[in-house]
Design a protein around this ligand. Structure first.
Ligand code: ATP
Length: 896
């Protein structure tokens, strides 16, 4: 995979083992933040002295090896790091053996001398802004009319802007429009720029000297693309046989009128909710929520859903699909048996991400609240939130379950008495995403647990043949409700593309970078490689054009995080949202962005689906995603529910096919080519170059803090294990329908099955494979290479590895057992004793202790010991491999 500018920085400047934190300087005191920047020059850059100081920044090796007790280790660390350590308070940051989240803002604040807010202050601030947001939501109803008129005037402004663009439209014809008849929008040097770049001269022609160089070559490519086979279109358009097959499977819409030949014509689509025979409470709720007219997907699917039909529904992003399934669900639930005996979990809504599940629950709850149907109860079953609280809620038999697949299966297997036997309605939201992220086995398992007689609805903005299997498995004579299937992006969405020329340069050498920074201002060395141009282009966009209400999508968590640091150092207010964060951090990031506390949300595809954040004006794709559906969903975070929005996608050479597909699925008036003056890009590239060492320092500091917290967590965990041994191991083991490796394999298989349905993905993978592979030490100076090797060697036998091995062993010990092997197993005491003696012998010979494998064996022995000790007969105490039996074969008869 192509590396990027920032990522390159990171990978090139990994922390050196020889660098040790000193007791007084490593972590500056909160109360004296200025000390944080004492080793920096006025620009915040590290001085030469810093390296020397870093040499003193020593994490005492004794600390890592001092596992004798929490207090001992704590004291050791305190001695090592000094009094200024602010993340090491007992019972404060480290609780219950959980790794507490680390906030990179604090590190940046420490380094830049800004005040650091305490956890309490932050929570207070968040609550305040949440309140403000609530207030704004309340006000928004009355402001809607105003907003509409504002939007109208914005639209007018938009037309004016477009006229400007039309003036420069010719530019697109000479090639900068990617040769696809795209409208071109050349950014003016000063138009939105009030900061320091404002003084630089406008240089439009030269503007893309970087971009213009490959012009001829591109024209050729474009011609080829125009005449080449369009596999995407082929895959989207059904063959006659395929169509016949689908027609046979899908039922026709019974709400459509038929002509003499019994063909559906002239749909009798309701134009208001009142025509849908909805009950008064729901109509009241819809009015209160300002949902006066049904959207096309609601008009099509609600009447069908009320008839109890299975539905495969698809409509453009932001068109109200959530309400399309929630309204009929709530309507039907009103007629359930409300007595205590009739209580049951009747509806299950599956969502691919936790955030989406939370959002779906919120929509449902607000409908319930405004309709006065308070007796309808919800349960949110998602990972990252308390299992036991959810299990407790399940015991009260809530009517509607909103869940992510993994957590639901966990409850099916482990929450006593919880079943889906009474389920009436199953909804799978973002069905294709479920398969994309490898949930197909989980979905199969869940569907197996649902009663056959039920109503099922599948919804997504993008539906491909890849979901055929799921459709066949879960739907019964479904009706296809595809609204405007040719269009998948909203009408009011303007899609801009910025061309990033040149191949990705994953390994810009340190010397090249140095020469770039030394060279004169016109030297392209500063922006060598497409990845550097990309990073500089993004910075240019956010400092000149897109100042707020913007979601920026990245291809990886690491990239999003590193950019988050760059934004922080540049004084741009941003939050990050990706899978490396705790659930709390994810929700906080969303909240901050929704409340306008931050202007940018830097996210991965985790946020690309379904999230409905009002007021998002711009979506920036730092890179073109590998699948058209991902692009569609990302840009669909703006221009929702009839509002205006804009997407800006940075398109590299390898993304041509995807670009073409994206253009093809939208009206040509929606597509624009944005050209950013090269002076602006160069200036940002220089800024990034200057931040290079600072970013590396922040990452390094963050890594060190994480290591410290990890160690603390391990200690706490170990102490808990010792103190509460009986209780912990006395609990029934949680079970899973797949082992970890089976789960991983299934995920991979599901993903590749999904991905193989997309030619553009294969293409991208191929071109990535064609890229020269980056050597481990490529791009590093001799000194850096030496240090890296030394660090790796240190790591190989260092103390951190020991801690990691301990963690792995503990994790393995806690791993759930396969439910198919859940029979209680007789433990042969003799062979167990022999095994223990054998492992003790090995340890005595020096192979035990901190050796990784032995640690694992040790962990296993502990686990077996614990299991053997259990006599509760709960029935889930089986283990995967038997001591004397064939490897990997379960001994007892498994429950399928
Ligand atoms: N009938 C309606 N009239 C006006 N606004 C509506 C209506 N129905 C839903 N909305 C609003 O449209 C917005 C988008 O709705 P929703 O999130 O359900 O879209 P979606 O189609 O599920 O989008 P995605 O495909 O991105 O998941 C919400 O803010 C919702 O309040």
């Amino acid at each position: 995979m192509a590396d990027d500018f920032i990522l390159t920085l990171d990978s090139d400047s990994e922390p050196e083992t020889s660098s040790r934190p000193s007791s007084s300087k490593r972590t500056p005191n909160k109360s004296n933040p200025k000390s944080a920047v004492s080793s920096k020059n006025a620009n915040g850059n590290s001085t030469g002295k810093k390296e020397e100081e870093n040499e003193e920044f020593a994490l005492d090796d004794d600390f890592a090896l001092d596992f004798s007790g929490l207090d001992g280790a704590r004291t050791a660390l305190r001695e090592t790091l000094g009094d200024g350590v602010d993340f090491w308070e007992e019972g404060d940051e480290v609780k219950g053996g959980k790794l507490q989240p680390l906030n990179v803002d604090d590190i940046i604040a420490r380094r830049t001398g800004k005040p650091i807010l305490s956890h309490r202050e932050k929570t207070k601030k968040r609550k305040r802004s949440a309140k403000d947001e609530g207030k704004r939501d309340d006000d928004s109803d009355s402001e809607d009319a105003e907003e509409d008129s504002e939007e109208d005037s914005e639209e007018e402004e938009g037309t004016e802007e477009e006229e400007d663009e039309m003036e420069v439209d010719d530019v697109s014809d000479d090639g900068s429009g990617f040769g696809m008849g795209v409208q071109s929008d050349v950014e003016e040097e000063d138009d939105e720029d009030e900061d320091e770049e404002g003084s630089e001269e406008e240089d439009e022609e030269d503007g893309d000297s970087d971009l213009d160089s490959a012009e001829d070559e591109d024209e050729e490519d474009d011609i080829q693309m125009g005449s080449g086979s369009d596999s995407e279109a082929e895959s989207e358009e059904d063959t006659a046989a395929e169509k016949a097959r689908k027609d046979a499977f899908f039922s026709t819409d019974p709400t459509l009128k038929k002509d003499a030949q019994n063909n559906p014509i002239d749909p009798t689509i309701p134009t208001s909710f009142s025509q849908m025979s909805l009950s008064r409470p729901l109509l009241r709720a819809l009015t209160a929520l300002n949902l006066s007219t049904p959207t096309p997907i609601q008009a099509r699917s609600i009447p069908l859903a009320l008839l109890g039909r299975d539905i495969l529904g698809s409509a453009v992003t932001g068109s109200g699909k959530t309400a399309a399934f929630l309204i009929p669900i709530l309507e039907r639930l009103q007629y359930r048996d409300k007595s205590k005996a009739g209580a049951a979990c009747r509806v299950l809504i599956l969502c691919p991400t936790r955030e989406l599940a939370v959002q779906c629950e919120n929509v449902g709850k607000s409908l319930v609240q405004h309709s006065g149907l308070d007796s309808i109860r919800f349960a949110l079953l998602v990972g990252g939130l308390s299992l036991s609280a959810q299990a407790h809620t399940l015991r009260t038999l809530p009517d509607i379950l909103i869940a992510t697949p993994g957590r639901l299966i966990d409850h099916i297997n482990n929450s006593p008495s919880f079943t889906l036997n009474a389920l009436d309605i199953l909804v799978i939201d973002e069905a294709d995403r479920m398969l994309e992220v490898g949930f197909s086995q989980e979905l199969n398992e869940i569907i197996k647990n649902c009663p056959k007689k039920r109503q099922t609805m599948l919804f997504s903005a993008t539906m491909t043949d890849s979901i055929d299997e799921l459709v066949k498995l879960s739907l019964d004579r479904p009706v296809r409700c595809f609204v405007d299937p040719k269009r998948t992006t909203a009408k009011n969405l303007v899609q801009e593309f910025v061309r990033i020329r040149g191949r990705s340069n994953p390994a810009p050498t340190a010397s090249a970078a140095a020469s770039g920074s030394k060279a004169g201002s016109n030297d392209q060395g500063a922006v060598q490689g497409a990845d550097r141009v990309r990073a500089a282009t993004l910075l240019s966009l956010v400092t000149r054009t897109v100042k707020d209400k913007c979601i920026i999508f990245f291809r990886s968590k690491a990239l999003a995080h590193q950019m988050r640091i760059v934004f922080g150092l540049c004084g741009l207010k941003a939050s990050e949202l990706h899978g490396n964060l705790t659930q709390e951090q994810r929700l906080v990031a969303l909240q901050e962005f929704k409340a306008g506390q931050v202007d940018y949300l830097l996210a991965t595809d985790l946020a690309s689906r379904g999230l409905d954040i009002k007021g998002v004006e711009t979506v920036i794709n730092y890179d073109m995603p590998g699948q058209l559906s991902a692009y569609t969903h990302r840009v669909g975070r703006t221009a929702r529910a009839g509002r205006n929005g804009r997407s800006i996608t940075l398109v590299g050479e390898a993304d041509r096919r995807m670009l073409k597909a994206a253009i093809k699925q939208s009206a040509s008036s929606q597509i624009h080519n944005r050209v950013i003056p090269s002076t602006a890009i160069q200036s940002c590239a220089k800024k990034l170059e200057a931040l290079r060492s600072e970013v590396a320092e922040v990452l390094k500091e963050e890594k060190e803090e994480k290591a410290v917290r990890q160690a603390d967590m391990e200690l706490t965990k170990g102490r808990n294990m010792i103190e509460h041994e009986e209780e912990i191991f006395g609990r029934p083991k949680r079970t899973w329908f797949q082992s970890e490796s089976e789960k991983q394999k299934a995920k991979e298989a599901s993903k590749s099955a999904y991905v193989s349905a997309f030619p553009e993905v294969k293409e991208k993978a191929k071109s990535a494979a064609d890229q020269p592979k980056r050597g481990k030490y490529e791009g590093l100076s001799r000194k850096q290479t030496r240090r890296k090797i030394a660090r790796e060697m240190d790591e190989a036998d260092g103390s951190m590895k020991t801690a990691a091995a301990g963690a792995r062993a503990a994790k393995k010990a806690a791993r759930p057992v396969k439910i198919t092997e859940a029979q209680p197993k007789k433990v042969d005491a003799k062979s167990k004793r022999r095994k223990t003696e054998k492992s003790m012998k090995k340890m005595a010979l020096g192979k035990g202790g901190f050796d990784t494998d032995s640690s694992k064996r040790g962990g296993k022995a502990v686990r077996e010991g614990m299991r053997a000790g259990r006599s509760d007969g709960v029935g889930l105490g089986g283990k995967k491999k038997s001591g004397g039996g064939a490897k990997g074969k379960p001994k007892g008869k498994g429950r399928k």
